[in-house]
Design a protein around this ligand. Structure first.
Ligand SMILES: O=P(O)(O)O[C@@H]1C[C@H](O)[C@@H](CO)O1
Ligand code: HPA
Length: 289
């Protein structure tokens, strides 16, 4: 029932490593409409997901389905231009397999980006939220990517998630956001993942808000759990692409088109923030601050 993740991710990591010159130390995942980040890599070497052994395929508009290697501010990086979601029908272990492939290729730090609906009433469309914590709703029902036999080669059976999102990297993002003049639209908050693909009802948005979530989406937390399980450092950003609707009189309707359009409008700043951060990270898990 559970495929041997170590052998499939190991085979894929080796396949990729034999085709690139420098192993990556930073792994980046591009959220919906944020794939332009991958185009900022220098000296890119790209693989289509369909050509990579054991890799799932991207099925969502705004997720190109390419794995791009290259350098960002001189650091060797790998960038997923397109991620996988529960609602695409993949088992949760398959969705997160790329995290283990990252680990086996030598990645130390993972940067996850996503598009999300804003639950916090102070948030505006276009805000960039530094993820300080998550609420893993599918996990409450037993849909956690670590369900199944634990492979000790990756990590412990019961990993701690109290420091899922690296606090030093959160501070670095705040500092660099201020340096870049982005303070007006940089926020910090809690991301809640749901299974999707339907957007939330008004009652659901109200409930999530009361539970302490600032933004709601359909990804990221699963990847963060698997990345932390195998000891990688995690940093995540949510682009608030739409307001979660909490009022029965509201005429607003979320749509994937709106999500992609907000991505287009804010992509340049988000890319600058990520590339500046990568430039300021040490590859041995220290930060130049
Ligand atoms: O991959 P992310 O989490 O950025 O994608 C979000 C959630 C859905 O896949 C989609 C909804 O518009 O965007
Ligand atoms: O409002 C949303 N809900 C869930 N996922 C999302 N991804 C972008 N916007 C949203």
């Amino acid at each position: 029932m559970y495929p041997d993740s170590h052998s499939s991710s190991g085979a894929t990591a080796n396949w990729l490593l034999s085709r690139i010159d420098t192993p990556p130390v930073v792994g980046i995942v591009c959220g919906s409409g944020l794939g332009g980040l991958a185009d900022t890599l220098k000296d890119p070497v790209a693989f289509h997901y369909q050509d990579i052994p054991n890799f799932p395929q991207s099925t969502v508009q705004g997720h190109a389905g390419r794995l791009v290697f290259g350098t960002l501010k001189g650091k060797p990086c790998v960038c997923m231009q397109g991620r996988f979601h529960l609602y695409e029908g993949y088992p949760i272990q398959k969705i997160t397999l790329p995290m283990r492939i990252f680990k086996l290729m030598g990645v130390e730090t993972v940067i996850l980006t996503n598009a999300a609906g804003g639950l916090n009433q102070d948030y505006k469309v276009g805000d960039i939220m530094i993820v300080k914590d998550h609420i893993n709703m599918p996990g409450f029902a037993g849909n956690n990517p670590l369900v199944g036999p634990n492979d000790e080669r990756f990590g412990t059976r019961f990993p701690c998630m109290l420091d899922a999102y690296d606090r030093k990297l959160q501070q670095l993002a705040q500092d660099l956001g201020a340096e870049l003049g982005f303070s007006d639209f940089i926020r910090e908050g809690v991301y809640c993942v749901l299974g999707g693909p339907s957007f939330e009802t008004i009652a659901e948005c109200r409930m999530l808000h009361r539970l302490g979530a600032d933004a709601v989406g359909m990804s990221t937390a699963h990847e963060a759990i698997v990345a932390r399980h195998c000891g990688m450092r995690v940093f995540a950003l949510s682009l608030i692409t739409n307001q979660a609707v909490m009022d029965y009189h509201s005429e607003e309707r979320p749509s994937h088109e709106e999500v992609l359009e907000t991505g287009r409008q804010r992509a340049e700043q988000l890319e600058r923030l990520v590339s500046t951060m990568v430039g300021r990270m040490e590859i041995n898990n220290n930060i130049n601050v």
